[in-house]
Design a protein. Structure first.
Length: 124
C-alpha cells in the first residue's frame, strides 16, 4: 500500500496558497484523508519546518505535505495535481476553486507583485 500512514498537510494561517489547496481538498471531498497542522508565520512549527526544508536542500514553501514519513513535498499546484490524479478529480470542474483562483487569488498575486516592485524601487 502506497500510504500506510495518514498524510500530514502543513498549512500556514493566512497563506493564500494554503487556502487554495484546502479549497481543492474540501470541494473534491478529500479533506478527511489528511491530518492538518496549521501554524502562524514565525512560530515554532514554522521555524522547525523551514529548518527541515533547508536541511534537505529545499527552499521553504507552503503548503507542505508529508506523504512519506520524513519527506516534505511543496508546490500548491503540484500537490493539487497529484491529489486530483490519484482520486480522479478534475480541478477545472470545481466551481469554488475556480472562483478563488480566478478572483481573490489572482488579485493577491497582482498585489504581491506591485508591493515587491514598490519595495525594490525604494532607496536603501
Amino acid at each position: 500500500m502506497e500510504n500506510a500512514i495518514t498524510p500530514t498537510l502543513y498549512l500556514k494561517r493566512f497563506c493564500p496558497f494554503c487556502l487554495k489547496l484546502r479549497i481543492f481538498l474540501t470541494e473534491a471531498g478529500l479533506e478527511d484523508g489528511f491530518d492538518y497542522v496549521v501554524f502562524d508565520d514565525g512560530d515554532e512549527t514554522h521555524q522547525a519546518l523551514r529548518a527541515r526544508m533547508e536541511a534537505a536542500g529545499k527552499t521553504p514553501s507552503f503548503p507542505a505535505a508529508e506523504l512519506v514519513p520524513g519527506e516534505l513535498e511543496t508546490g500548491t499546484d503540484d500537490l493539487i495535481a497529484r491529489f486530483a490524479q490519484k482520486n480522479g478529480t478534475d480541478p477545472a470542474s470545481l466551481p469554488l476553486l475556480a472562483y478563488y483562483t480566478d478572483g481573490v487569488f489572482k488579485r493577491y498575486g497582482q498585489m504581491f507583485q506591485e508591493i515587491r516592485a514598490l519595495k525594490q524601487a525604494q532607496p536603501a
